[in-house]
Design a protein around this ligand. Structure first.
Ligand code: FIX
Ligand code: ZN
Length: 440
């Protein structure tokens, strides 16, 4: 059930009341300020469908992370804390979660001001929840969180973030997650499923015997029989979880066409499966996994993707839909240009290291200028429920400012958007364009 009210209510200026400067078509500064306030208010209050998160339906129990300790041990903060900590990596990983959280709190919030985006996010979140961050009192914060029941807290976070629904990341290769799907449960309709298939495409040599063990007899060489077994596996899991799309993250080395098992399985099994079920294939391109394995989940980096591979996929498989984000800043422009060429390509999100205000501003601006409203400028990638609050508050702010400038430019050219038109456009940016793309 979506929350029945949103945290921020605005009184919007009635449409058609923007003032024109006398004697020409340009708007008076007061009218421009009014327009900008109207746009930012609509952006701040439009409910969001968050198309990629690592959050779980509450039925998954402990897999749904929330609370101060989980906020603090977020891998973005682990990487930042090690900039200051002298502790050996191995020692850190032997500590329990509360102790790790204390070390991170001390390094990033007490010994230094929490300036970085991920640190500021914790502060924004606590502040939005009504906690006094000024006290810098971790035990008091822990006590406050301990009073909550997960289901009430879930509603509170969705409400404060203005999120109507989220897409999970669901891996049949995760033993804990798999057991819950196998056992069955009553779905919370706010949580949509996405079938994540990284191991299948990226570690086929290890996965073939696992599929065989699960009853899908597959060999390491990509034979016709193997392809049909992989398709049967994908079909079973797509139905079981009611997947809205399939998804993989790819390293900079990914190429297409290629003799690699990734490229061959994608072409022969995954894309035909997506066509059969009418589902998009999401590609998250440009992650260099485990650049520093000592950092564990915090140890992944970035590399430049070969977008020629994506160009060929879009061109050769017009019946497939691709939903794509790229991690490298240097790939963003090429991706936008590709989206102008291929309507089976939907661009989404400022992923991970690009989810910082400066890059979100730059990338959102470029996307709006090149592909208009046929884009999903942001997803949260939240791993901890409470992060929905800051990730969306911060993103809404930047997206609102960029959009307000774009409407102001239009208004200066004589095109004044009505309130309804702005609402329609913002709904597209916050999940509507993605939903329309999926239905095409
Ligand atoms: O591959 C992904 O979905 C990434 O988002 C994650 O692997 C990454 O750890 C992350 O949380 C980035 O925001
Ligand atoms: Zn992710």
């Amino acid at each position: 059930m979506p929350p029945n009210h949103w945290p921020i209510r605005f009184v919007l200026a009635p449409p058609g009341r923007l003032e024109q400067a006398p004697g020409n078509m340009s708007l008076a500064p007061r009218a421009l300020a009014q327009l900008s306030a109207q746009v930012e208010a609509i952006v701040a209050s439009t409910p969001i469908h968050d198309i990629h998160t690592h959050l779980y339906d509450p039925a998954f129990g402990k897999l749904l992370l929330w609370g101060i300790d989980d906020l603090l041990v977020y891998h973005y903060l682990v990487a930042e804390a090690f900039r200051y900590l002298d502790l050996p990596f191995e020692k850190f990983w032997t500590l329990d979660k509360p102790r790790q959280a204390e070390l991170i709190w001390d390094a990033l919030f007490i010994q230094h001001s929490p300036i970085s985006e991920a640190c500021r996010g914790v502060v924004t979140t606590l502040n939005a929840l009504g906690l006094d961050v000024q006290k810098r009192d971790l035990p008091a914060l822990r006590e406050w969180f301990a009073q909550w029941k997960p289901e009430d807290y879930l509603n509170r976070c969705f409400e404060l973030a203005g999120v109507r629904s989220v897409c999970m990341t669901n891996s049949p290769f995760d033993e804990v997650e798999r057991a819950t799907w196998e056992a069955g449960f009553v779905r919370d309709e706010r949580f949509h499923a996405a079938l994540r298939i990284d191991p299948l495409l990226l570690a086929w040599g290890d996965v073939a015997p696992i599929l065989t063990f699960w009853g899908y007899t597959a060999s390491v060489s990509v034979t016709d029989r193997t392809v049909s077994q992989v398709r049967r596996f994908l079909a079973d899991w797509t139905r079981k979880i009611q997947a809205r799309y399939l998804m993989v993250s790819l390293g900079p080395e990914f190429d297409f066409p290629s003799a690699s098992s990734s490229a061959r399985l994608l072409e022969k099994a995954v894309l035909p499966h997506c066509r059969e079920f009418g589902l998009p294939m999401a590609l998250m391109m440009g992650v260099k996994r485990q650049v520093n394995p000592q950092l564990q989940m915090a140890g992944d980096g970035v590399g430049l993707s070969k977008l020629g591979a994506l160009e060929r996929l879009c061109a050769e498989f017009p019946e497939n839909k691709f939903v794509v984000t790229v991690l490298a800043r240097e790939n963003q422009y090429e991706l936008c240009v590709l989206a102008r060429k291929f309507r089976n390509l939907h661009v989404f999100g400022c992923w991970w290291f690009t989810n910082v205000p400066g890059l979100l501003d730059e990338i959102t601006r470029m996307r709006l200028e090149l592909i208009g409203l046929s884009v999903t400028p942001q997803h949260s990638d939240a791993r901890v429920l409470d992060q929905l609050i800051y990730k969306w508050r911060h993103s809404r702010k930047v997206i609102g400012q960029v959009l307000a400038e774009k409407y102001a430019d239009l208004a200066r050219s004589g095109w004044r958007p009505s309130e309804g038109e702005i609402q329609r456009d913002v709904q597209l940016l916050f999940g509507g364009a993605f939903e329309q793309f999926c239905e095409r």
